[in-house]
Ligand binder design. Structure first.
Ligand SMILES: [Fe+2]
Length: 245
């Protein structure tokens, strides 16, 4: 695997970047209050000294904090990376993140995930021990099947409908845990209201076959009965994928 060595040039962020971060963080923290899985809040609090609305997070603080809490670190990457590299990082308990931030005029639409998506969306739940283990296990399984295109496609769909766009059902409706929704103001409202979208029970067979569309809000979400049931999925996933070999 290519060694990825990227550094965050913290001094290069301008005052406008800091203003974008503060606005995004505050807006979404308030917006998610009644929309996210309850497990998000202790995780966000555990990350809070290095991930908060005061300033753009400094990875020299955030990564060691995550390392100390869950033995997971953050690896800065230029953007989307080859899938095998991605699996390998997760298997080593390293989470890839970008360090560029969207501009004020593109607050709500992005071609590619920026650091608000990566840090606010993905990093907090890595402070949850079971979730961090799940991510490592996901990477380990990915590495095992990386040479099988059908298995990789199935894993990408699983990732999409859980880690990126996962929801759980609760008494109030949908509770969000997917990073793509957690980091999106508009999509978190769409999911909460249940408008312009359909919720289907999480059936592994359907998820692994579901073609998804990037660059637009999702029209279908698969819901788990609760956040805990996410952690039981990978055993049957591994069996199914190895059967494709
Ligand atoms: Fe993501």
């Amino acid at each position: 695997m290519r060694k990825i060595m990227m550094q965050q040039n913290y001094e290069a962020y301008q005052a406008e970047d800091q203003a974008v971060w503060q606005l995004l963080f505050k807006r979404q923290w308030e917006n998610l209050e009644d929309k996210a899985v309850p497990e998000l809040w202790p995780a966000l609090k555990a990350a809070q000294s290095a991930l908060n609305g005061q300033a753009i997070p400094n990875f020299k603080e955030l990564s060691p904090l995550l390392q100390k809490e869950q033995n997971f670190s953050i690896e800065l990457v230029p953007g989307l990376i080859p899938v095998e590299e991605f699996f390998a990082l997760l298997a080593q308990r390293r989470f890839p993140s970008s360090c560029w931030l969207r501009k004020m005029e593109e607050l709500d639409y992005l071609e590619e995930p920026d650091m608000f998506h990566d840090t606010f969306g993905h990093i907090p739940l890595l402070f949850n021990a079971q979730y961090a283990d799940f991510m490592q296990e996901f990477g380990r399984i990915g590495l095992q099947v990386a040479h099988l295109p059908d298995a990789v496609a199935a894993l990408e769909r699983l990732y999409w409908f859980t880690i990126e766009f996962g929801v759980c059902k609760n008494a109030q409706g949908q509770a969000i845990y997917g990073a793509g929704i957690l980091s999106s103001f508009g999509e978190s409202i769409q999911v909460h209201k249940g408008q312009n979208c359909e919720f289907r029970p999480f059936l592994l067979e359907s998820v692994l076959k579901h073609h998804f569309h990037k660059h637009e809000m999702q029209s279908v979400y698969y819901y788990l009965d609760n956040f805990q049931s996410l952690f039981g999925l990978l055993k049957s996933v591994e069996q199914r994928l190895l059967a494709l070999a």
